[in-house]
Structures are given as C-alpha cells and as structure tokens.
Design a protein around this ligand. Structure first.
Ligand SMILES: Nc1ncnc2c1ncn2[C@@H]1O[C@H](COP(=O)(O)OP(=O)(O)O)[C@@H](O)[C@H]1O
Ligand SMILES: [Mg+2]
Length: 397
C-alpha cells in the first residue's frame, strides 16, 4: 500500500525528460551482446521504425486535450482521438528479420491501446464480428445495414490505436472483398498500422478470384503506408537449426516407434486417448491426447476440412503436437498442402513444439503445384522449429 502511495508522488513521466529506448537502441544492444549480427538492410528499416516510435512517444507524452464542454454534454461531435503517425509495410523473403524488427518496435511503444497480431487471426476475428453483428440486428428484427464494415472498423479503431500485423497475406476471397473498406475506415480513424509480409503490396492476392475488386486495397496500402523492402541475402532462420531429432525421415516402423516414444516421454508414460475440442461451434478431433500433448496422423488433420480456427484451437491447447506420416505433396494434393501450411503457421505463431515423421526433408515436401512459393515459408519454419532456440521458447497458450 505504502509503495503504491509513494508511486503517486513520482514526477510525471511526461515532458522532454522522459527516457524511452526504441527499436534502434534495442537492436544495437542486442548486437552489442552478440545476439544478432550487424545487418545494414535491417538498419535502414529499424531507423524508419524508430522514427514512427518517436512520433508515438511524443503523442503519449502530450495527450490530446479532453473533449470540450459541449462534447461532454453530448452536444456536438465528440472529438476523434488524434491521428497517429503514418505506418509502414515491410516486405521481403523469409528469415530476414521482419518479425524481429517489428517486435522490437512493438515491445517499447508506450501505449495501452496497441496490439500485435497474426494477420490471419485478425481477419478471422473481423469476420466473426461481422457475422455476430448481422445476427444481432436480424434477431432484433432490424433491417440489414448497408455497410456493416464501418461500425466494426470504428469499434476496432476505438480499442486499438496501433496495430502490428505479422504475416500480412490475403488468400481468401471473403477477406479480399472487405479489406479496402475495412482499412479505409481504420486509416480515416487515425489508426497506425505496421505490417510484415512476404509479398510486395502489388503481389498481394495474386491470381486471386475477382482480383480487380481487390486492387483498390493495394492502392490504399501504397497511399497510406510507407513501403520498405527488407531484402538482405541472408536467411537467419536457417542458421538456427542444429538438430533433427524432432523431424524424423524417412517414414517407417523406426519413425513410428520414435514418435510413440516421444508421446510417452511427454505425457509421463500415458497412452493418451481421443479428445474433442470445441471451437466456434465446431468440433476438432484429437486422435490421441494427454495433458499438453496431442498426436495425429497427417491425414487426420490435413485431409479433412480443417481451417485456421481449428489449428489455432489445437495450438492453444497443447504445447507439443506430434504429426505422423507427412507425405510428399504435389499438384494432386494441393488442398492438403494448403492446410498443412495453415497448420504450421498457427503452431509456429503459438510456439507449439512440433514433432513429426515425414517422407522427405522439409525442402522436398511440396515442390510442384499451386502455392509452392508460399510453401517456402513453411519449409523455413519447419527448419526453425527444429532448432534448440525454438524448442526453448515458451508456448503461448
Ligand atoms: N541480424 C540478425 N542476426 C541474427 N539473427 C537474426 C538477425 N535477424 C533475424 N534473426 C533471427 O532470424 C530468425 C528469423 O527472423 P524473423 O524476424 O522471424 O524473419 P522474417 O519475419 O523476416 O521471416 C529469428 O529467429 C530472428 O531472431
Ligand atoms: Mg516473420
């Protein structure tokens, strides 16, 4: 109690005396500690993030005046929160440090209303909010709104003033068709957006259905965000891999025995049993589960209509997932490859430890077929997920 009272008497943190570090200093410190290598391409991007960071700090130190007398009485329009600085879209190949730089930036921003989210997860949430609002209106017998996206976007902008998106990518038409409208409102509400992506804006939703209706979104991104390429020639993720014990190849009795051994070791010797998880009204079947550990065959999850929400649910419930019998995939098994990518993305995002048996090394899993380009990221992730550093990371439940 006493300590709490004393803290009230600390000098206010506002004003020019405030000391914030920011991403540039954080990166320099990590470099000095020998944790990261000097990289001139990263340096350019971190300077840009530093500039945005400083603008956000200035806003936090000098908050906008409270709404005026009339606004407080509910007369006139209540003032919108002040617009944040112009955001940034960082794109480049995998393993170049895009997410690392964004996270260094995000960690230090002194704002309450900030959020860092995987783009996939964010869009699921948006679709879910749209769906619920339409249902609520219908239940009240109200006529359908002309544009449900606007109130949802305003709601998001009131909760969050800085949105950091990791893995910005557009792969389904439902998202593609609402993005322009959604982001138009988010930008108009003054929200600051930072994004990382494997693709330049012009290549987003490439070859997607009704792409011409998506193009206004690309124009919007280029108009409202600075775009920087992080295209150094070093894939740092590949450096991280050291042992292959969690990735067993080739398939066969030996690999099966090893996976079973792993399951038992992690479950304290238990056999495990089937379990069903519920998410968004759907059932997700786990063929073999013990506290913290799940096991399935590749076909159990990747040959069935499973989606991101299902894999997010699995990732939230288990710190380790074991998948047996990952085959080589090709043009005839594109749907399985797509699901596999989604699965690995969600596991990676939540730092789930992934143990598997596969027909070949990651680089040979999906060479031909649509989405083979996107699959590169999954290959890189599969490699990183085998590294001692990844295996040391804490599971995000
Ligand atoms: N300059 C660097 N020196 C050493 N490791 C780095 C450096 N930049 C990034 N890394 C590491 O490489 C891995 C890949 O970085 P990440 O930010 O995930 O790349 P991207 O988002 O571009 O795919 C991470 O483990 C990260 O910590
Ligand atoms: Mg990344």
């Amino acid at each position: 109690m006493r300590r709490q009272m004393e803290s009230h008497h600390l000098p206010p943190t506002a004003g020019p005396t405030t000391v914030h570090k920011g991403p540039a200093a954080n990166l320099a410190a990590r470099r000095a500690a020998g944790e990261v290598h000097a990289d001139p391409v990263q340096e350019k991007v971190v300077q840009k993030l530093q500039a945005i960071y400083e603008q956000l700090v200035a806003m936090a130190d000098h908050p906008a005046p409270k709404p005026g007398f009339f606004a407080r009485l509910g007369l006139g329009h209540s003032a919108k929160p002040p617009a944040g600085p112009r955001g940034l879209y960082i794109w480049g190949p995998v393993g170049r440090g895009k997410s690392m730089l964004m996270d260094l930036f995000f960690a230090d921003v002194p704002m309450q209303k900030k959020r860092r989210v995987h783009f996939h997860e964010f869009m699921l949430e948006v679709q879910d909010r749209l769906h619920r609002r339409r249902e609520e209106l219908a239940a009240k017998g109200a006529p359908p709104e002309a544009d449900t996206i606007v109130p949802i976007a305003k709601q998001i902008a009131s909760e969050t003033r800085l949105l950091c998106f990791d893995e910005f990518q557009v792969s389904n038409i439902a998202d593609a068709m609402i993005l322009a409208r959604l982001f138009e409102v988010l930008f108009d509400e003054g929200l600051t957006v930072i994004a990382t992506s494997n693709r330049r804006p012009d290549d987003l939703y490439k070859d997607g259905l009704q792409r011409e209706r998506f193009v206004p979104f690309i124009d919007l991104v280029k108009e409202r965000l600075d775009v920087m390429q992080l295209g150094g020639d070093h894939d740092y993720r590949l450096d991280r891999l050291r042992n292959f014990d969690v990735y067993l190849t080739p398939l066969g009795a030996w690999a099966n025995a090893k996976l079973d051994e792993a399951f038992r070791a992690l479950s304290g010797g238990a056999d495990g049993e089937p379990r069903v998880l519920r998410t968004q009204g759907r059932d997700v079947e786990i063929p073999r589960a013990a506290p913290g550990v799940a096991m399935a065959d590749f076909v159990d999850w990747c040959a069935k209509p499973m989606g991101a929400a299902d894999f997010i649910c699995i990732a939230a419930n288990f710190h380790t997932v074991i998948v047996a019998d990952i085959p080589k995939m090709g043009p005839d098994s594109q749907d399985k490859a797509v699901r596999f990518v989604t699965m690995i993305d969600e596991f990676y995002e939540k730092k789930v430890k992934f143990i598997c048996s596969a027909a070949t090394a990651p680089t040979g899993l999906y060479i031909e077929g649509d989405g083979a380009f996107e699959f590169q990221r999954t290959v890189s992730r599969l490699m990183e997920m085998q590294s001692p550093e990844y295996l040391d990371l804490e599971h995000i439940a």
